[in-house]
Design a protein around this ligand. Structure first.
Ligand code: THU
Length: 161
């Protein structure tokens, strides 16, 4: 028997003023785009903005539905858009933010399990790590170097060859 472990490090900033200009701008865009979310049921509005390797920006917001499971997260809306417009261009960095009618948006949230799986597929497909910036409308910011860190023991296409 051997004891194994997963470990990863991430950057933590006290607020967006500590970020470099490009990251601060991307996060500001993600914070702003939350306004386009359609979330009348959860009242939890998520915005994601990605910068691609060609410098283009693509955004996504969560879109809910009266039939609850039909709703889709901001991250997967974004991925679907990138994959359609620029299927061959890797995502360099994605910033994700939110606001909510019931909790304070002063701490980072991280992508749900389904979005982690979708993000990892995109990372593998383009063979480039996706950097993730997480933060609320204010407060701490986390930066994670690659989606792989968010999904240990991931099920990937390697198993289907
Ligand atoms: N949501 C996202 O869009 N992204 C996340 O990372 C977490 C959750 C959405 C799904 C749903 O519309 C609402 O937030 C509450 O779960």
């Amino acid at each position: 028997m051997s004891e194994n472990k997963f470990e990863f490090s991430f950057e933590e900033f006290n607020d967006s003023n500590e970020l470099n200009d490009a990251d601060a701008r991307l996060l500001a865009d993600a914070r702003k785009i939350t306004k386009q979310a359609y979330a009348p049921y959860s009242k939890f509005y998520v915005g994601a903005v990605a910068v691609l390797e060609n410098g283009e920006l693509v955004s996504g917001t969560n879109q809910e539905n009266a039939s609850y499971p039909v709703g889709i997260c901001a991250e997967r809306v974004l991925l679907g858009t990138v994959a359609t417009i620029h299927p061959d261009i890797p995502i360099k960095t994605m910033a994700i933010s939110y606001y909510s009618d019931s909790i304070k948006s002063d701490h980072p949230i991280s992508p749900c399990g389904m979005c982690r799986q979708a993000l990892l597929e995109y990372e593998s497909r383009t063979d480039k790590p996706i950097r993730i910036i997480l933060s609320g409308q204010e407060g701490k910011v986390y930066i994670i170097k690659t989606v792989r860190n968010l999904l240990p023991f991931a099920f990937t296409s390697d198993e289907l060859k």
